[in-house]
Design a protein around this ligand. Structure first.
Ligand SMILES: NC(=O)C1=CN([C@@H]2O[C@H](COP(=O)(O)OP(=O)(O)OC[C@H]3O[C@@H](n4cnc5c(N)ncnc54)[C@H](OP(=O)(O)O)[C@@H]3O)[C@@H](O)[C@H]2O)C=CC1
Ligand SMILES: O=C(O)C1=NCCCC1
Length: 168
């Protein structure tokens, strides 16, 4: 009796499920509220462990979390490296592992790079929704990499700007 191997959910499939960046907003708003509620919110999320790899100018981050509301046990593993000009390797790469919380069995391995790009931008958008002055009409983005694209996507989906300025 072999155990079922974990599902592998690649970048394309993750992208397909999150075809509009704003689809993440309800889940993230709920997660942020649960986290902010402290023990009552049922989120256990220790500070990210970051392991430096100085020989190669990189880092490995380990980001475990459990949400009682979702009964979800997961960890993200993310590497971030000094970006070499013209390198085809992204500076940030991530994988998400999803476990069965009742017995610890690994259920799924998900591409985490699309999730990282979209989640980070969506959280910025949530903060912006709450803090942006009503007269703001220019979106400024520092950098023109992965996060610049994902921030551009969700900000232009949710808000109206007269102009977008990008500097890199
Ligand atoms: N809080 C979070 O959850 C997350 C945070 N991040 C952070 O967001 C930032 C961007 O990440 P990401 O988009 O994936 O990285 P990328 O490597 O894809 O892009 C970085 C961009 O910034 C540009 N850049 C570098 N230095 C400067 C500078 N001094 N002034 C203006 N632009 C500059 C680079 O230009 P060039 O290529 O020419 O050097 C490149 O266009 C990083 O700091 C990353 O660590 C990322 C993921 C998650
Ligand atoms: O949360 C993440 O993912 C990252 N945060 C900052 C640095 C790189 C990745």
């Amino acid at each position: 009796m072999g155990s079922t191997p974990p599902a592998f959910i690649g970048a394309e499939e993750v992208e397909k499920h999150l075809h509009r960046a704003s689809l993440l907003l309800p889940a993230l708003e709920a997660a942020l509220a649960n986290f902010s509620a402290g023990a009552a919110g049922g989120v256990v999320q220790p500070v990210r462990t970051v392991l430096p790899v100085p020989r190669h100018s990189g880092y490995l981050g380990v980001m475990p979390a459990y949400s009682a509301a979702d009964d979800a046990l997961t960890t993200k593993l993310v590497t971030f490296y000094e970006h070499l000009k013209d390198s085809s390797v992204p500076s940030h790469q991530a994988t998400v592992l999803l476990f069965d919380p009742s017995n610890g069995t690994l259920k799924a391995v998900l591409d985490g790079s699309v999730i990282t790009a979209k989640r980070t931008a969506a959280v910025s958008a949530i903060a912006t929704k709450l803090l942006m002055p009503p007269f703001a009409e220019v979106l400024c983005i520092l950098g023109a990499g992965v996060q610049a694209y994902s921030h551009y996507d969700i900000f232009t989906e949710l808000f109206t700007f007269k102009e977008v300025r990008i500097t890199s």
